[in-house]
Ligand binder design. Structure first.
Ligand code: PEP
Ligand code: MN
Length: 363
């Protein structure tokens, strides 16, 4: 249930109402939306009728029920106002949100060594990215595949940040690594395979760090938003949703099916910012540019793209990783598109980026 207050309602009136709702066993949360205070009520509101609430104060403009099972994540809960996730980075604050410039997250699947992560970070920074990505802890289908370098890779990511000022996005797989990951990461990623690991969601939420929540392999939209609800319910409002392709029937020619229709659907359902990951969605670098462009046209707020100095030798996800040169080319191609769709001017790749992209490809 949400209670929309009239403009210029005295704050003492709002405080009195909040106390009243608490005495009813509800958890009230206030947000400001379009110059109005909206009180969101979480808890069992089924037995409460709307008039009963309306009569509490002449300053109440409207009382509405939130029909969806995801309450805090729903667009209604914020009275139709989309939220922003602001992430401080050494290069300045980066804002994810519907009315903000496109945010670019790029980097290798895994952090392999210091040289590759620092050089890739330099390359993607010179090409216009705001975040370096790279896994220290890798969820692999096979226990015999490279599992990530763990804690030492987190320190290498920190070095890449020091060298470039980029923010870091990296995945946490296990609650036992959470403190360490949250200490170093600027955004903590919860991967597709952990989307419904509810104890991880609660604990990751409680770190207070912005959380990137990837869609589960076969998760419905409602399951995904309920997973986001766990993080929001832990008191952390900074959640970004990442579509990374869903399990479909074709495994032969594409790794997953990129559900781009989810972007307009999410816009109707939730206020949370959206990211699209065309790399994991397609599984092949040759399809990444097309789906990146389609993702921008669909209205995504941000993109996650895997880039590796030498994809053929990558320890994970080589086939879907762009070479530095391909990444530079893609960023140049999407700049006018981002502008056309009202997503600001992407910084064009510098000459340095072009040169270093060629130099980065090692034999
Ligand atoms: C990743 O980002 O490297 C990753 C493993 O992603 P996902 O959880 O989407 O498979
Ligand atoms: Mn990967």
């Amino acid at each position: 249930m949400i209670v929309i207050m009239k403009t210029y309602t005295p704050s003492t009136e709002i405080e009195t109402l909040i106390q009243e709702f608490r005495s009813w066993g509800l958890t009230p949360e206030t947000i400001e939306s379009n110059n109005k205070v909206v009180i969101g009520l979480v808890g069992d509101t089924a037995a409460i009728n709307l008039e009963q609430v309306q009569q509490l104060s002449p300053f109440i403009e409207q009382v509405l029920r939130v029909k969806n099972p995801f309450k805090r994540a729903s667009l209604e809960f914020r009275n139709g106002e989309y939220s922003e996730v602001v992430v401080p980075t050494p290069n300045g604050d980066v804002t994810f949100g519907k009315s903000h410039p496109l945010v670019i997250v790029a980097g290798p699947c895994s952090v392999e060594n210091e040289e590759m992560i620092v050089e890739t970070a330099q390359l993607v920074k010179a090409t216009g990215a705001q975040f370096i990505r790279g896994g220290a802890y890798k969820p692999r289908s096979s226990p015999y595949a490279f599992q990530g370098h763990g804690e030492s890779a987190l320190h290498l990511l920190a070095k890449a940040r020091e060298a470039t000022g980029l923010g870091i996005i990296t995945e946490v797989m296990d609650t036992s690594d959470l403190v360490m990951v949250a200490e170093i990461a600027d955004v903590v990623q919860i991967g597709a395979r952990n989307m419904q690991n509810f104890s991880l969601l609660k604990k990751a939420g409680a770190t207070g760090k912005p959380i990137l929540l990837k869609r589960g392999l076969s998760a419905t939209i409602e399951e995904w938003l309920m997973a986001a609800e766990y993080i929001l319910a832990s008191g952390n409002p900074n959640v970004i949703l990442c579509e990374r392709g869903i399990r479909s029937f074709d495994k032969q020619y594409t790794r997953n099916t990129l559900d781009l229709s989810v972007v307009p659907v999410l816009r109707n359902l939730t206020h949370l910012p959206i990211m699209i990951d065309p790399s994991h969605a397609t599984g092949y670098s040759e399809y990444v540019p097309t789906m990146t462009k389609a993702a921008i046209a669909s209205g995504t707020d941000s993109l996650m793209i895997e880039v590796h100095p030498n994809p053929k030798k990558a320890l994970s996800d080589g086939p879907q990783s762009l070479t530095p040169e391909q990444f530079v080319e893609l960023m140049q191609e999407i700049a006018p598109l981002a502008e056309y769709f009202g997503r600001g001017k992407l910084p064009l790749a510098t000459t340095r980026a072009k040169k270093s992209s060629a130099a980065l490809i090692t034999a």
